[in-house]
Design a protein around this ligand. Structure first.
Ligand SMILES: NC(=O)c1ccc[n+]([C@@H]2O[C@H](COP(=O)([O-])OP(=O)(O)OC[C@H]3O[C@@H](n4cnc5c(N)ncnc54)[C@H](O)[C@@H]3O)[C@@H](O)[C@H]2O)c1
Ligand SMILES: [Fe+2]
Length: 390
């Protein structure tokens, strides 16, 4: 007998044009002054403009904060908290990819706590020594502009400690965005490389969640549907950025991935990928794409039926032995990355070979995503997987 534990999103608006709901939604939450947080690229792409217009139409004051960093550091979150407190705002709107949404989510968590709190004190890895999640948090509206991380549907934020060169997670079921507004219109201008890399992040979420050791059967069908949508629509979204159906499918798949990992968690691919970002500066989604086929090959004996189902969702005909089908699914993942013009080897993206032992050590000893991997790992396995991907 198994038990399961589910963490679900709150209110969600999905579809073209839904961004216009941000003003009325913020007002309905009782906001008077809104803190809008984004990275400079998202502001330059004019993605905050319809949000500010909607807030203005609703008669709400706002402060725009554009200092979000890629792979946000702990100090950048603490700076955002100070700016939020100084602004006198009473609701947070986070706009962007995972970096913007994670900064906003971590801000929500820290701003709900004591005035001297720092984000690093909430790190999950600190266990009982971490500060507890505050009972009451400011309202947070998440508006994704990439179809990748699914951070609009998770209660976790991934923050970088640049001194220790590692990523850490903060969060609690209470730090789920209060409202998510998922409008594919905001994703139509995402350039091909970022479309591909973030889409492969979403694929790795759906696959790692589907094969995870956590037992959450309600999410299995959703994860497979996410894989189907990505296999069909990611190459189209990369090839034709303005294809509205492909963008909508990818926005859905990324959302599904976020819901799935909230309860099913991830696997060793993410433990490996996080070190590639913190020690070798590789974009998160690309790092997942580089490691996923290798982690799948290694993990296959622990979940062969599930990997065969992944293959079928990827469009691989269900013929031959389970192993043959599962292996063809891994080939399909590699082919998808190639069809999206992504590099497939660590050496293609200037990762120095000399950094592999340190990455392997952190992937096993500091990162906890591998805990739900369907085949157990150790530091040596992590090193072998990096070397296989090199
Ligand atoms: N919280 C979670 O559950 C979760 C899950 C996976 C990853 N993450 C984290 O998310 C981060 C990565 O997020 P990401 O991959 O979305 O990238 P990102 O947020 O770092 O954005 C990458 C770049 O894309 C630009 N951009 C974003 N949307 C755009 C658009 N529509 N048009 C043009 N440019 C646009 C940004 O300006 C930025 O330069 C990492 O820090 C990763 O660890 C979080
Ligand atoms: Fe991810």
């Amino acid at each position: 007998m198994s038990t399961s534990y589910y963490i679900w999103p709150n209110e969600v608006h999905f579809g073209y044009g839904t961004v216009a709901k941000v003003g009325p939604s913020a007002k309905a939450e009782g906001a008077t002054h809104v803190f809008v947080l984004a990275d400079p690229g998202v502001v330059a792409a004019k993605l905050v403009d319809p949000i500010l217009a909607s807030l203005q139409n609703a008669g709400l004051a706002y402060t725009l904060y554009d200092k979000v960093e890629p792979n946000p550091s702990d100090t950048s979150v603490d700076a955002a908290v100070a700016a939020y407190r100084a602004s006198g705002a009473d609701l947070i709107v986070g706009v962007g990819g995972g970096s913007g949404l994670d900064t906003a989510k971590a801000l929500m968590l820290v701003a709900g706590g004591p005035a001297d709190a720092k984000v690093a004190e909430y790190a999950y890895r600190m266990g009982d020594k971490a500060r507890p999640c505050p009972k009451v948090l400011p309202s947070f509206i998440a508006i994704p502009t990439t179809a990748g991380t699914g951070a609009e549907a998770t209660s976790w934020a991934v923050i970088t400690d640049p001194v220790a060169k590692m990523k850490f997670g903060v969060g609690h079921p209470r730090s789920m965005p209060t409202i998510a507004i998922i409008d594919p219109e905001l994703m139509l201008g995402l350039p091909p490389f970022l479309t591909a890399a973030t889409g492969m992040d979403a694929l790795s979420h759906c696959i790692e969640a589907y094969v995870s050791k956590n037992w959450n059967p309600m999410l299995d069908a959703m994860a497979l549907q996410g894989i189907r949508l990505i296999a069909q629509s990611l190459p189209v979204a990369v090839a034709q950025g303005d294809n509205r159906q492909a963008r909508e499918d990818m926005a859905h798949a990324a959302f599904i991935g976020g819901v799935a990992i909230s309860s099913k968690w991830l696997g060793a691919c993410h433990s490996l990928a996080h070190q590639l970002s913190s020690l070798a500066n590789v974009h998160h989604g690309l790092a997942c794409s580089l490691m996923l086929p290798h982690q799948m090959t290694y993990s296959l004996p622990g979940a062969i039926e599930r990997y065969a189902a992944v293959a079928e969702a990827m469009g691989v005909p269900a013929t031959g032995s389970l192993r043959q089908r599962a292996e063809r699914g891994i080939e399909a993942v590699t082919q998808l990355a190639k069809d999206c013009n992504l590099p497939t080897r660590l050496s293609d993206v200037n990762v120095p070979e000399s950094v592999i032992p340190a990455m392997a050590k952190y992937a096993y000893t500091v990162d906890s995503n591998w805990w739900t991997n369907p085949r157990s790992v150790n530091e040596k396995v992590m090193e072998q997987l990096y070397r296989a991907a090199f």
